[in-house]
Design a protein around this ligand. Sequence first.
Ligand SMILES: NC(=O)C1=CN([C@@H]2O[C@H](COP(=O)(O)OP(=O)(O)OC[C@H]3O[C@@H](n4cnc5c(N)ncnc54)[C@H](O)[C@@H]3O)[C@@H](O)[C@H]2O)C=CC1
Ligand SMILES: O=C(O)[C@@H](O)C(=O)[C@H](O)[C@@H](O)CO
Length: 322
Amino acid sequence: MTDEIAVIGAGRMGEGIALTFLAAGLPVVLADVKERTDDERSAYCGRVRDRLAEQLRAKVGDDAALAGLTVCGRETAELSGAAVVFEAVPEVIEVKREALAWACTRVGESAVIASTTSTFLVTEIAKLVDRPGRVVNAHWLNPADLMPLVEVSRSDDTDPDAVATLTGLLERIGKVPVVCGPAAGYIVPRLQALVMNEAARMVEEGVASAADIDLAVRAGLGPRFSVLGPLEFIDWGGCDILYYASRYLKGELGERFQHPDVIERHMTTDRRGLQDGAGFYDFDPAGVPEYRAARMREFQDVFGLREPHLRNGTPVPTKQED
Ligand SMILES: NC(=O)C1=CN([C@@H]2O[C@H](COP(=O)(O)OP(=O)(O)OC[C@H]3O[C@@H](n4cnc5c(N)ncnc54)[C@H](O)[C@@H]3O)[C@@H](O)[C@H]2O)C=CC1
Ligand SMILES: O=C(O)[C@@H](O)C(=O)[C@H](O)[C@@H](O)CO
């Protein structure tokens, strides 16, 4: 496998992906495939290159890795050497169709094609290329160069080697790939859509100010979930707590708080979490004290990092009244 990466679309995500690979020392072809005049293309590619040079300097101390970057237009892009091609054009299916059809005429036989789409299922994206088995969705979070997670979504038709190539590459540059099926919203957008909508609803209902809701998440939910994922926290705190809380919240706030069947099953099959030695995870009783202590140390590390930031974080710019 060659080391070369191609990125199609030089916007927010395309630039962030290119920056990530360049900083890791891998060569990148960054192709701007929007129709433009020669002058527009030249100016656009120049701006992208300048921005990446500046970001590389900020990230790794110099822009030496810029030597591995080719920024080009669709007329001159040479993608045949790329092991993995990341498509990062706007979230419009016709635009993706056009860009991927173009890419298929340029990429090598064994290249993996990874779409950064936030919403389209991998089964839909696979219809837009010549060999559907080589298509995987790679959902980077924004900002792409900083967020460790990349959600990798595959379908039953995806070649397992394509998934292995992509996850191997991501791990090699220090990312944390998580593989999921072809379900709408992957993992993070699905979870965060509920959280963001509920936060907005609380502002609308006058429960608290936007700033206080955001602080509650930054000082509470966010740091906690960086140590204990939500399923681990169900086991940690007790499935019974979630079960009774869901019933109460459903009664007070509505149907959207209905728990799924699996929560009811865990209640009736002695899988309430740590207290039963089983839940979403199985716990070896002998290992539980050390497990708890280790997680508490992780909490201390996180709060050590977060405290000053929470107290002295960058203020949100506020519009001044005339
Ligand atoms: N912005 C975000 O926070 C995130 C975006 N994504 C996904 O990444 C993909 C790219 O999004 P962004 O980088 O935010 O978009 P963007 O708008 O910043 O960049 C898109 C790039 O495509 C070019 N472009 C515009 N119209 C085009 C056309 N008709 N044909 C070809 N190229 C065209 C633009 O000039 C730009 O270079 C989308 O699928 C989006 O859903 C995924 C995660 C987060
Ligand atoms: O989590 C991200 O960085 C992105 O995937 C998004 O924010 C999505 O575009 C979406 O979840 C926004 O609601």
